[in-house]
Design a protein around this ligand. Structure first.
Ligand code: SF4
Ligand code: SF4
Length: 397
């Protein structure tokens, strides 16, 4: 190890607080299987994949009993960052702060798993393309019907995000149309870059901040005060991570589109009664929207306002929700783990008898659609924006 200060040493105090109780992964005392909460443990089977196991590794690092190597990197990066462990930690320890510190040290030592390293690289990866799909910048707004909202001055920015812009363009369009229908004066940036969230999953917070500052500078020029997202990862980057990493809160308010629409609904400014579909649906809480940011009820309020829709909850919902396998950029190097988590979640959704599985995140929806196809499940997978866009009717023209 170089003489550079290590990130892990800065979080020593949290590491020493772990009492090794195992609540972060073993809920058998509640009559639940011990692998029901942590997708990494469910896949990896060894305790070193769990919260407590990682705390053991972290403790050995700060006590000088071990050092970083490729095997340890495997344990740290095989994690969906779902925060199931933090949610159930007996001492409310922020487990993911420990994982982030270990990732930062591993990135400095060039010990990233190979596919993730390539995806984030400055040559042929995120650093070059400014998105994780290697899409051309000029294609970023290819989904737009017209450019009337692009780069215009407005207090509200729709931050599209890489997944909507390049891989789930119908979601970009649905969100755009929802904002138009809601009568919001908003702008879209032609020079939008990735929010920086993938760099955090890869232990590169400085690069994440550089990307966030690119957006904030462009937003300031347009007079933006509020940013709306359909991707919880993008929202978290600006709502929470920017302030945590820089010590300064981002100079904009950040809202997920479901929050914005639920607020309009509560104020009587929206109705959703266009098609009256009559369907049983179930809702998958995206880990970042739910456990990371505490947004559980806004999507449910929207769904309950659609006539004919009945919401059936999965056994694991809200703070107990189970990751679909899309988080932590694990698909790059741990595809089997992502597939297992996705299959588990689709099976759970199918078990409710619902006809439609909904979520509020483009990455979750993409992952759940792939898992549904593999399982050949008789279940439609949609984002909530898609369903709401079909239903919404503005009260004001
Ligand atoms: S964040 Fe999720 S996958 Fe990672 S150790 Fe915690 S429960 Fe397991
Ligand atoms: S629940 Fe918290 S205190 Fe208990 S072993 Fe896990 S990380 Fe440590």
């Amino acid at each position: 190890m170089s003489s550079e200060p290590r990130a892990i040493d800065a979080v020593k105090d949290i590491i020493y607080q772990c009492n090794r109780c195992a609540h972060c992964f073993d809920l058998s005392w509640l009559g639940q299987s011990s692998r029901e909460k942590c997708p990494a443990y469910r896949w990896g089977k060894f305790e070193s994949y769990t919260g407590r196991g990682r705390f053991f590794l972290a403790r050995a690092l700060v006590d000088g009993l071990t050092d970083y190597d490729a095997e340890l990197a495997q344990r740290v990066f095989a994690c969906t960052e779902c925060r199931g462990c933090a949610e159930h930690c007996f001492k409310y320890l922020s487990t993911t702060d420990i994982y982030a510190a270990m990732k930062e040290d591993l990135a400095r030592l060039n010990l990233l798993p190979p596919a993730l390293a390539a995806g984030l690289s400055d040559e042929g990866g995120l650093g070059e393309y400014h998105n994780v799909y290697q899409g051309a910048q000029e294609e970023r707004l290819a989904w737009l019907p017209d450019f009337s909202h692009v780069d215009r001055e407005a207090e509200v920015l729709f931050f599209v995000g890489c997944t909507s812009a390049y891989a789930r363009q119908n979601m970009a369009l649905d969100t755009y149309n929802l904002l138009v229908q809601a009568g919001i004066n908003f702008t879209v940036m032609s020079d939008e870059w990735c929010c920086g969230h993938p760099y955090l999953a890869g232990g590169m917070p400085d690069k994440a901040v550089t990307f966030m500052e690119h957006t904030l500078a462009a937003a300031e020029k347009l007079g933006v005060k509020q940013v709306v997202y359909n991707c919880p990862g993008c929202q978290r980057a600006f709502r929470d991570d920017y302030g945590k990493l820089t010590g300064r809160p981002a100079p904009v308010e950040s809202l997920h589109v479901v929050e914005l629409l639920a607020d309009r609904l509560d104020r009587g400014e929206l109705t959703m009664d266009r098609y009256r579909p009559k369907a049983a649906v179930t809702y998958h809480d995206p880990c970042v929207l739910g456990r990371w940011m505490g947004i559980y009820e806004a999507p449910r309020r929207l769904l309950k306002a659609i006539p004919g829709i009945s919401l059936v909850e999965m056994p694991r919902n809200r703070r107990d929700g189970y990751c679909c396998g899309a988080g932590g950029m694990i698909r790059y190097d741990f595809g089997d783990m992502a597939n297992l988590a996705g299959a588990d979640r689709v099976a759970e959704a199918t078990g409710t008898g619902a006809e439609i599985l909904l979520s509020a995140c483009p990455a979750c929806v993409m992952q759940l659609q792939q898992s549904r196809q593999k399982a050949k499940a008789r279940l439609k997978v949609m984002d909530i924006t898609e369903l709401v866009a079909q239903q919404m009717r503005p009260l004001r023209a």
